[in-house]
Design a binder for this molecule. Sequence first.
Ligand SMILES: [Zn+2]
Ligand SMILES: [Zn+2]
Ligand SMILES: [Zn+2]
Length: 140
Amino acid sequence: MKTADKCSSCKGTGIYHKYKGVFEPEEIVPDKKCPSCYGSGFNNRYTDSLVCPYCGYDEEDSWETADESYNYECANCHKSFAFETEHTRTFTSRRVECLNGAPHRLGKRQDFEAYYYERCQDCGHSVRTPKVVGDTKGEG
Ligand SMILES: [Zn+2]
Ligand SMILES: [Zn+2]
Ligand SMILES: [Zn+2]
């Protein structure tokens, strides 16, 4: 069994330590919970795996669990607790040459009754080309 690290803010006590400066001792506020660990004394915030806030049991297989739970039973101490996962936002960028002067890469030309419709595969820009009514050019 793996146990989570102790909370570094309260040194595992779960009690709020008020930081007063480098040269002054921390003031301990016994009736206030440590805001970093919500009083559990364990490092259980933004952890890679699910940590029980009662016993510090580190569920290394927690990727199998749901994204959040309001009633989750610890496999070690069998107390119930709640948890949620924070999803980090990720970005994926790509070059779009047609936004920088290059011609659009137009997709398949769709034939509608009054116009042709083409859409750029890169930027989504669409081009409508109206059909000229009565244009019989080249058809004798
Ligand atoms: Zn703490
Ligand atoms: Zn537990
Ligand atoms: Zn484009």
